[in-house]
Design a protein around this ligand. Structure first.
Ligand code: ZN
Length: 144
């Protein structure tokens, strides 16, 4: 007879499973207690695993959300930066071109100064307008 370490009941040796490392060659818990213990351990580890999975999936979901959020902000910023950079560049380019047109009095600039509704644009007209602008500028320079 052997007393079970768990339920403290004096039971027949046949009620205990074999355990080669034990002094008497039998487990300290009876078969019934050992079965309960195993079930409890399995249940506990299952529950722990479930909690771990839940925690992880929560964590991953959050990470994923954060990642998307960060990326969205980045993307927004990128578009914003792109717009501003190019917007500035476009304005600057337009200004440079405009300045160049005014300075050189190109046909393009002069055509812009002419009223296309009233005038038929000819090379003579453009030439006349160019001279007019130059004269106006000279007068302006003198009056400064
Ligand atoms: Zn027992």
């Amino acid at each position: 007879m052997k007393v079970c370490s768990k339920c403290k009941v004096d039971k027949d040796e046949s009620e205990f499973a074999k355990e080669s490392v034990a002094k008497d060659g039998l487990q300290s818990r009876c078969k019934k207690c050992q079965k309960e213990h195993k079930q409890l351990t399995r249940y506990r580890s299952n529950e722990l695993a479930k909690i771990r999975v839940a925690k992880n999936s929560e964590k991953y979901a959050k990470q994923c959300k954060d990642y998307r959020k960060r990326n969205l902000e980045k993307e927004k910023q990128r578009v914003k930066n792109y717009y501003y950079t190019n917007h500035k560049e476009m304005i600057n380019r337009a200004r440079r071109n405009n300045r160049k047109n005014i300075d050189n009095l190109t046909d393009c600039y002069i055509k812009g100064q002419l009223d296309v509704q009233k005038h038929q644009i000819t090379t003579e007209l453009i030439e006349w307008k160019r001279v007019t602008i130059q004269i106006k500028r000279l007068i302006k320079e003198k009056n400064k």
